[in-house]
Design a protein around this ligand. Structure first.
Ligand code: ATP
Ligand code: MG
Ligand code: MG
Length: 548
């Protein structure tokens, strides 16, 4: 096999290894537990875990839990489930909140070095005094406070002596820097809020920039990989490491994964959940890992997708049809073939003996020689798809129509004789004669047929609810439109078929098994199923049918 060329991160790591820079590489995946993981996160997961695996290193799972008001243990648990499901196992489970004491001591160190000060301004006043990229910031009255006073005030902040928002700790760097992040950034803010792990032990919390890099350093992360918007944060990341003289982790940036016809910010996904536009984080239309899993996506298909997307240094938007291509590729190999009629009409074989039942044999998977076969009962009255019959056939019509001949999958060839309609003109019943010699697998039929259709024996059919999905949004980039992104939701993203007909063997359908309903797409049993009431989700259609 051809060796794939290295991406820029692999090049960097191979060079570092050659230079003997680290005994072992160490990466981390650092989610904030403020929502469920989405397909964008899987890109970062595959990258961080993949690099460590490739170069014999380790990966930490670190919860970036420095914002008590948005973080919850439910999210921590779902994140761990999703990472394991994707096929990865972290070497160490860490929490930024484990480092609150150490981070506090680092802040004290900066104060003692004259590199941090307590500011009595509010966050709004600070933002104003920072200036603009073209106009430099103004020093506030507290910038030259003595070390002693700063130490006392910072300790009092920690001790809960001040109300929320009344003071901050800021780094003393450069108010004229062209990089706004270097203009005396805030390190700590006061927030009397309960934290999902530390409870009420703290009422000051470190900002992302002060927590992230030092957490990397504490864990001896060698390659800290994040998305492009953190490029301007890198000088600050390096500044803390230099001034604190701690383990030199390095930050590298790649382009985040964007997908069309969906949104990927947790804030927006949370809105969809909270405002009831979807049934939950794991609604099969959601771009979350749990939604994709419930929809019937496999970990293999998502890893393949991330691999095909590759690592870029420029922002781009990936077409969701690539994701669908990846799942079709995998399901084609593993899905069990079954028949299901989603929009039924009756087909009566007038010359087939009443009461007779034959057991036909259907292949489980033509792509897999070891998959075997299944029995499928056949009888005089069958369900077929309404769309497989045409009263007045068009020119290239190879399915049922008066006088036309088709094969019933795994069974006989039939010739359509006539049909009946109701008062509204809907076809209610189609009648045909079957050719007794034409049973599949037996010789004897010289009749040539151009079409094969699927069917279910009416006497043996079981019913199931089937949920069909379309894109969650009507526009390619809902986030870019003016106004509310929710105005762009696709009102037809979910179609429920209350009672489709399935082969009787599907009564034992298993949630871990993937199915292809032949000619209809790939399906998976949904968690809403109950004994006697099956529910299936359509994972994806058989072909890319999306008309642009
Ligand atoms: P959101 O904007 O959805 O809240 P986030 O970046 O704040 O996303 P985190 O929980 O902080 O979410 O992300 C954890 C890790 O996953 C980070 O390293 C982040 O860079 C990465 N990540 C998040 N979204 C994407 C994406 N779309 N593509 C690639 N990596 C991503
Ligand atoms: Mg984040
Ligand atoms: Mg975020």
């Amino acid at each position: 096999t051809e060796e794939k060329s290295l991406n820029f991160l692999e090049e960097i790591i191979e060079q570092d290894i050659k230079d003997g820079k680290h005994p072992q590489i160490h990466t981390r995946f650092p989610p904030e537990p403020n929502g469920y993981l989405h397909i964008g996160h899987s890109k970062s997961i595959c990258l961080n875990f993949g690099l460590a695996a490739r170069y014999g290193g380790q990966t930490n799972l670190r919860f970036d839990d420095t914002n008590p008001t948005t973080e919850e243990t439910e999210y921590v648990d779902s994140i761990k489930d999703d990472i394991r499901w994707l096929g990865f196992q972290w070497d160490n489970e860490r929490y930024a909140s484990d480092y609150f004491e150490e981070l506090y001591r680092m802040a004290v160190t900066l104060i003692k070095k004259g590199l941090a000060y307590v500011d009595d301004s509010t966050a709004e006043q600070i933002a104003l005094s920072k200036g603009t990229p073209t106009e430099q910031g103004r020093p506030g009255p507290n910038r030259d406070r003595s070390v002693e006073e700063n130490l006392e005030l910072f300790e009092a902040m920690r001790a809960g002596k001040f109300p929320d928002g009344s003071r901050t700790l800021r780094a003393k760097i450069d108010l004229a820097s062209p990089n706004m992040h270097m203009r005396d950034p805030i390190l700590y803010r006061i927030k009397h809020a309960h934290h999902h792990r530390t409870g009420d032990a703290w009422c000051i919390y470190p900002m992302y920039d002060f927590a992230h890099g030092q957490s990397d350093s504490i864990e001896h992360i060698t390659h800290s990989i994040c998305t492009l918007e953190f490029i301007p944060h890198r000088p600050l990341y390096d500044w803390f490491i230099e001034k604190l003289d701690i383990f030199p982790s390095h930050q590298y940036e790649f382009a985040r994964l964007n997908l069309n016809y969906t949104v990927m910010s947790k804030r927006k996904l949370l809105q969809l959940v909270n405002e009831g536009f979807v049934s939950g984080w794991d609604d099969p239309r959601m771009p979350t890992i749990s939604g994709l899993r419930r929809r019937g996506y496999t970990p293999e298909s998502i890893r393949d997708f991330c691999d095909r997307v590759g690592i870029a240094k420029r922002e781009n938007i990936i077409d969701v049809s690539l994701l669908e291509f990846c799942i079709r590729e995998h399901l084609n190999k593993i899905a069990l073939r079954r028949m299901a009629v989603l929009d039924p009409i009756k087909l009566i074989l007038t010359n087939y003996p009443e009461g007779e039942v034959e057991i036909m044999e259907g292949e489980n998977n033509p792509e897999d020689p070891n998959a075997g076969t299944r029995p499928v009962p056949f009888s005089r009255e069958l369900w077929i798809e309404r769309e497989d019959f045409m009263e007045v056939p068009s020119k290239k019509w190879f399915r049922l129509a008066p006088g036309a001949v088709v094969r019933l999958k795994n069974a006989y060839i039939v010739r359509c004789d006539d049909f009946t309609k109701d008062d509204e003109g809907n076809v209610t019943e189609v009648r045909a004669t079957y050719l007794p010699e034409s049973r599949s697998g037996e010789e004897g039929s010289s009749v040539k047929v151009k079409g094969t259709i699927h069917w279910i024996s009416a006497a043996h059919a079981i019913t199931a609810e089937i949920r069909l999905y379309d894109r969650l949004f009507r526009s390619e980039n809902p986030a870019a439109e003016e106004g509310d992104f929710k105005d762009d939701l696709n009102p037809e993203s979910l179609t429920v078929i209350p009672a489709a007909y399935l082969e009787p063997g599907m009564a034992d359908a298993d949630p871990a098994t993937k199915y292809q309903f032949i000619r209809k797409g790939y399906f998976v049993l949904d968690k809403d199923s109950r004994p006697g009431k099956l529910v299936f989700n359509q994972t994806v259609t058989l072909k890319d049918t999306w008309a642009k």
